[in-house]
Design a protein around this ligand. Structure first.
Ligand code: SF4
Length: 272
C-alpha cells in the first residue's frame, strides 16, 4: 500500500491519476485556494505555518520501490495538489528537488504543477523524457494577480518559466483553472501557444465565482474553437463541459479521445 503517493479523487483526478504532496500549507496564499478548505485550516495558519510533511521522502522511496516494478505503465506523479512544490520554503528545504531525484532514481515519471516562475527553473536539468512541467495561468496583470495570489510569482515569470522549460525540451502544459476572466484566459492561450504543448481548462475550483455574469457556455465554445484553430491539444474539465449541450459534449469527447490517442502513440514511439 502506498504511503506518500496517492490517487486523487473528484476534479483533481482529471489532472492526474497519481499525486504527491510534499508540504503542509502553502505560502502562495491564493484567495480561492481549495486545499485550505480540504485541510480545514484558516488562511493565516495555512499560509504561515508551512512545513515538510512527516517523513515524506522516506515514504516516497518506499512507494517508488513498489511502483518501479511496473514503471512503464505508471503514470507521471503530480507534484503537488494541496500545496505548491516551489514556494519559498523549498529554496532551502529542497524537498521537491529530492522528491524528483527519488522518483527518477526509480525510473518513474513526474509532472510539476506550480505558480512559481523562478525557483522551479532550478530543477529543469532533472527532467527526462516523459516528465512534464506545468504552470497555472490566471492573470495577465501582475497588479491584479498580487491581490488574488499574493505569494505566487507574477504572470510574466510563470510564462517565462514555460518558455524556458520548452527550450530545455521539456513537455509543458498550462492549467487554466480557476478562470477568473474568460477574455484573459483566451489571451493567455494566444500568448503562450508557441511553447505550451497542452492546455487543461476548467471554471472555478472553489466556492462561488466572484463574477456571476460569466457565460461559461460561450467561454467553452470560444476556448475549444481557439485551441482547434491553433492545433493545440487540450482537455476541457467536466465542470466546464457540463455547460455545453449534449451534442456538443459528445463531439468534444470524440475530439479529446483523438488527442489522448495521439499522445499515447507519441509515447509508444519514444519508448526504447
Ligand atoms: S498555490 Fe495552490 S495550494 Fe498554494 S495557496 Fe494557491 S491554490 Fe492553495
Amino acid at each position: 500500500m502506498l504511503k506518500a503517493i496517492y490517487m486523487p479523487r473528484g476534479r483533481a483526478r482529471e489532472y492526474a491519476s497519481l499525486a504527491l504532496n510534499l508540504y503542509n500549507g502553502c505560502a502562495h496564499g491564493c484567495r480561492y485556494c481549495y486545499a485550505r478548505g480540504i485541510m480545514r485550516r484558516t488562511y493565516e495558519d495555512f499560509t504561515t505555518n508551512v512545513a515538510p510533511r512527516d517523513d515524506i521522502i522516506r515514504k516516497l522511496h518506499r512507494d517508488c520501490e513498489l511502483l518501479e516494478k511496473d514503471a512503464d505503465h505508471t503514470p507521471p506523479i503530480l507534484l503537488c495538489f494541496t500545496t505548491d512544490p516551489y514556494q519559498p520554503i523549498e529554496r532551502d528545504a529542497e524537498l521537491t528537488r529530492e522528491a524528483i531525484q527519488t522518483i527518477k532514481g526509480h525510473g518513474l515519471r513526474f509532472q510539476v504543477l506550480t505558480k512559481s516562475g523562478v525557483l522551479c527553473r532550478r530543477d529543469f536539468p532533472l527532467y527526462r523524457s516523459g516528465d512534464l512541467f506545468a504552470v497555472t495561468l490566471t492573470h495577465l496583470s501582475a497588479e491584479q494577480q498580487r491581490l488574488v495570489e499574493p505569494g505566487a510569482d507574477s504572470p510574466i515569470q510563470r510564462i517565462k518559466a514555460l518558455r524556458i522549460a520548452h527550450e530545455h525540451g521539456i513537455q509543458t502544459w498550462a492549467s487554466l483553472e480557476p478562470v477568473l476572466d474568460p477574455a484573459t484566459a483566451l489571451e493567455l492561450i494566444r500568448l503562450t501557444r508557441g511553447f505550451v504543448d497542452e492546455y487543461r481548462i476548467g471554471t472555478f475550483n472553489q466556492g462561488r465565482h466572484p463574477v456571476s455574469t460569466i457565460d461559461w457556455q460561450q467561454f467553452a465554445r470560444d476556448a475549444i474553437a481557439l485551441l482547434l484553430q491553433l492545433n493545440k491539444p487540450f482537455y476541457i474539465k467536466r465542470d466546464l463541459q457540463n455547460y455545453l449541450p449534449t451534442d456538443e459534449r459528445i463531439e468534444l469527447s470524440h475530439i479529446m479521445r483523438a488527442i489522448r490517442h495521439k499522445r499515447q502513440e507519441r509515447r509508444e514511439r519514444k519508448r526504447p
